[in-house]
Design a protein around this ligand. Structure first.
Ligand SMILES: NC(=O)c1ccc[n+]([C@@H]2O[C@H](COP(=O)([O-])OP(=O)(O)OC[C@H]3O[C@@H](n4cnc5c(N)ncnc54)[C@H](OP(=O)(O)O)[C@@H]3O)[C@@H](O)[C@H]2O)c1
Length: 290
């Protein structure tokens, strides 16, 4: 079975590829060179431009679409998250791809106010109406040894500051998922026809508050750090004020918006269909933090 993985250079790709290597014939699509792709067949392309990759889908059985723009500036998000998926679907249909696995997000809901959530939802709609044998996976915040971005940011703050800044009251619910559980779910989907034309929530076993997440990370690090709660309105005001000078975009206006929304997801169908059995936060953190 020949599998094309897009966004192969990213966090989930880095963790997925070693698990598929040797078992499947892999071809990876990436926008730039990545050391972990050494020894793997790959090519450089940009999904925004169909001509850069369409012919490479010849003979591909399964596409796993990990490519997305999670945090870069809003004006490229529509191109990377929607136009890219539209192009990929077109190429898959032309080349007769049998299965299409789309990594979406728990942010892809009608009531989500972020550009990321809106564009991921639009992409999901394209996938659902494509006529392809799709499966959509909707992870919450993913964490692991070398990422993701949201988790790494919190970890860095806890390591660095004597008092840890927390956006708002810290009672927003989160259900972080360990990266290997996401990888496991993707692997289960590849050869499981029960998942065709279905969407699955991919989350940790239990929702916790942001305060609890910060405390668990501190505990795993062996540090006891007091938290400083900064009201959302203050952070939003400061971020807006600093936006033009904030070159590294360490705190984006988009990022702030995510602190408004609870993640408390039903994963029962994922457990039933995919025998999904995610790690508890403490176990996942112990594997992620050295
Ligand atoms: N990580 C999380 O917490 C999380 C949570 C929920 C859902 N997800 C979803 O899971 C998937 C994988 O996430 P990830 O954490 O692995 O993200 P990531 O580390 O940011 O990797 C995404 C990759 O997609 C590539 N990409 C973006 N636009 C592209 C384009 N137009 N053409 C080709 N490649 C493009 C990026 O390439 P460049 O490096 O060149 O930009 C990057 O390597 C995404 O669909 C994301 O929405 C992730």
């Amino acid at each position: 079975m020949k599998i094309l993985i897009t966004g192969a250079g990213g966090f989930i790709g880095r963790n997925l590829i070693p698990k598929l290597k040797g078992k499947y014939d892999l071809l990876c699509l990436t926008r730039s060179k990545h050391p972990h792709l050494e020894g793997i067949q790959y090519f450089e392309a940009d999904l925004r431009y169909l001509y850069t990759f369409q012919e490479r889908l010849e003979g591909i059985d399964v596409v796993i679409n990990l490519a997305a723009n999670l945090w870069k500036e809003n004006h490229t998000m529509y191109l990377d998250n929607v136009v890219a998926v539209k192009n990929l679907i077109e190429a898959c249909k032309k080349k007769g791809v049998k299965r299409f696995i789309q990594l979406s997000s728990n942010s892809a809901t009608e009531d989500n106010i972020t550009e990321y959530g809106k564009t991921k939802l639009e992409a999901d709609k394209l996938v659902i109406s494509s006529g392809l044998n799709y499966t959509i996976l909707k992870p919450t915040m993913v964490y692991g040894k070398d990422g993701g971005r949201g988790f790494t940011r919190i970890l860095d703050h806890i390591k660095k500051y004597p008092i840890v800044p927390v956006v708002g009251h810290g009672k927003t619910l989160m259900q972080p998922v360990y990266v290997e559980d996401v990888v496991e779910a993707i692997i289960k989907v590849i050869e499981n026809p029960i998942s065709i034309k279905k969407s699955y929530n991919i989350a940790g076993p239990k929702a916790i508050t942001m305060n609890e997440l910060f405390d668990s990370i501190s505990k795993t690090l062996g540090k006891k750090k007091p938290k400083l709660h900064i009201p959302l309105k203050v952070i939003y005001f400061l971020t807006n004020l600093m936006h033009p000078f904030n070159k590294k975009k360490r705190m984006s206006k988009e990022g702030i918006k995510t602190f408004y929304k609870d993640a408390n997801l039903d994963i029962q169908e994922t457990i039933n269909d995919l025998k999904y059995n995610p790690l508890h936060l403490e176990e996942g953190l112990a594997k992620s933090i050295k």
